[in-house]
Ligand binder design. Structure first.
Ligand code: NI
Length: 159
């Protein structure tokens, strides 16, 4: 496994709409594993492929010792909303209030290439939405209103 470099703004790759993955082969499995290792090393709870320079629809999430490796994700249901602070490894020094759906059901492929459907609420649902935004070239600074803060006391919130 390998630690990958995190792309930060204004890197253009962060703005591209990522390509769907055709199948989960050896390359994709290695990318999943490298992304998990990179996410852990950087202290994040989620990471999208475009953040490590791969413009494909893959993301990983690690929250409370549960790891998720998902390709071609789609939100198929959503409910409620919630406002929480959010940061991003690719947008250093910015943390802002973000309104997201409180709950989502997402569909996608797991690391074995199987179709999976997952229901998530709260912070996990938020991370899924944040990573899916990345795969569409969208960042937290694209939403209205933001504030800047010094230091990294919220590092565990970097997605
Ligand atoms: Ni992010």
């Amino acid at each position: 496994m390998a630690i990958m470099n995190i792309r930060t703004i204004p890197d253009e790759i962060l703005r591209k709409v990522c390509e769907p993955v055709k199948e989960i082969g050896r390359q994709e499995k290695k990318l999943f594993d490298d992304m998990v290792e990179t996410m852990i090393q950087k202290g994040g709870v989620g990471l999208a492929a475009s953040q490590v320079g791969e413009s494909c629809q893959i993301f990983v999430v690690g929250l409370e010792n549960e790891f998720y490796k998902i390709a071609n994700p789609k939100i198929v249901e959503f409910f409620g909303t919630e406002v929480m602070q959010e940061g991003c490894l690719s947008v250093p020094e910015v943390v802002r209030d973000m309104e997201r759906f409180y709950g989502v059901i997402i569909k996608g492929l797991n690391e074995n290439g199987e179709q999976v459907e997952m229901k998530a609420t709260g912070f996990l649902a938020r991370i899924f939405q944040h990573e899916i935004d990345h795969l569409n070239g969208k960042l937290i600074i694209d939403y209205s209103s933001q504030f800047f803060r010094p230091g990294n006391e919220n590092e565990e919130r970097l997605l």
